[in-house]
Design a binder for this molecule. Structure first.
Ligand SMILES: NC(=O)c1ccc[n+]([C@@H]2O[C@H](COP(=O)([O-])OP(=O)(O)OC[C@H]3O[C@@H](n4cnc5c(N)ncnc54)[C@H](OP(=O)(O)O)[C@@H]3O)[C@@H](O)[C@H]2O)c1
Length: 283
């Protein structure tokens, strides 16, 4: 039986990955209290004692706006140093290493979707840290598997996500303004978890590769406005949605305009509407 050491075990992706547990694999989940990925000695000790075959890194600093000010240092510590530590120890102990990255490593100027080897040029601190994390992981451990994904929704009640936020708002509001000029693909975390299991099950094929895994969208992808419209349609909620621009909704971090990613790998991701339908049908 293969053993998977899972970091960031209290996070959204880790939650669904554990829910989708497969036979033949044992998951050893470590939350931040037990394994802080910024502490290389702790990483080495935990990896050794777990006798893991694979490290799946779901730990991250994910507050994109926070990374611009109060979370600047944490963003670098966790998303750069933390990823470097894991990649280095995985390499030293000769075990597999999978880590998650983001569409925010791109600058958002390319329409039609980014390919895995397209040039990266992050435009906010979170994207920069994830880019540096990727780069260092590949340098210190060329067998690292990098999975870039975008706009996750799923997890348990304790995890915030856009779908639940929209549904909650529709209980108290008749109107909402939603950004309609940033284009990307959403990702149902259960679908991403299934894709991670596909990678783990055929890990020989994926060592040293970068993968783009989000639910499938056509053309340039969809906007927050498109996503919100579909959520309310599927959930049968009546609410007036008005499209607005990024300029009207200022945030601390600049976000890429076009960040859809093309998946050129053998790992299949279904259409975004199918994932959303399944998520909404859950009790
Ligand atoms: N969410 C998205 O929309 C999105 C989009 C693109 C890519 N991604 C990437 O996908 C991955 C999973 O994201 P997610 O949404 O599941 O993240 P998440 O819910 O924010 O979970 C991240 C987890 O990492 C833990 N963590 C933070 N610092 C740590 C440390 N030093 N050592 C160990 N654990 C630590 C956090 O614990 P605390 O809560 O205690 O801090 C949290 O439980 C990340 O790599 C993220 O960058 C996410």
């Amino acid at each position: 039986m293969k053993r998977i050491l899972l970091t960031g075990a209290k996070g959204m992706l880790a939650h669904d990955f554990m829910e989708s547990q497969k036979e033949r694999f044992e998951i050893i989940p470590f939350d931040r209290d037990y394994l802080d990925i910024t502490d290389i000695q702790q990483v080495e000790q935990r990896v050794q004692e777990s006798q893991a075959d694979i490290i799946l890194n779901c730990a991250a600093y994910t507050n994109v706006d926070g990374a611009e000010d109060t979370g600047k240092k944490m963003n670098l510590d966790i998303n750069v140093l933390g990823v470097f530590n894991l990649a280095k120890i995985a390499n030293r102990q000769n075990i597999d290493f999978i880590t998650l990255s983001t569409d925010y490593v791109f600058d958002g100027t390319k329409e039609g979707g980014y390919n895995e080897n397209d040039e990266q040029n992050p435009i906010n601190n979170y994207g920069l840290a994830k880019y540096l994390g990727e780069k260092l992981a590949c340098e210190v451990n060329p067998q690292s598997i990098i999975v870039r994904t975008s706009w996750l929704y799923g997890g348990g009640n304790e995890h915030k996500n856009f779908v639940n936020t929209m549904l909650k708002l529709s209980e108290t509001r008749n109107e909402l303004r939603v950004i309609n000029d940033q284009f990307w693909s959403p990702t149902y975390v259960m679908d991403l978890s299934q894709a991670l299991w596909d990678i783990i099950g055929n890990i020989d094929t994926f060592r040293g590769k970068i993968l783009h895994l989000s639910n499938e969208t056509s053309n340039n992808g969809i906007t927050w406005f498109d996503f919100a419209s579909e959520i309310f349609k599927m959930a049968d909620r009546k609410i007036n949605l008005t499209p607005c621009t990024t300029e009207e909704y200022q945030t601390k971090a600049v976000r890429p305009k076009f960040s859809k990613m093309n998946n050129n790998s053998s790992v299949q991701m279904r259409n975004w509407k199918e994932g959303l339908r399944e998520y909404l049908s859950k009790p």
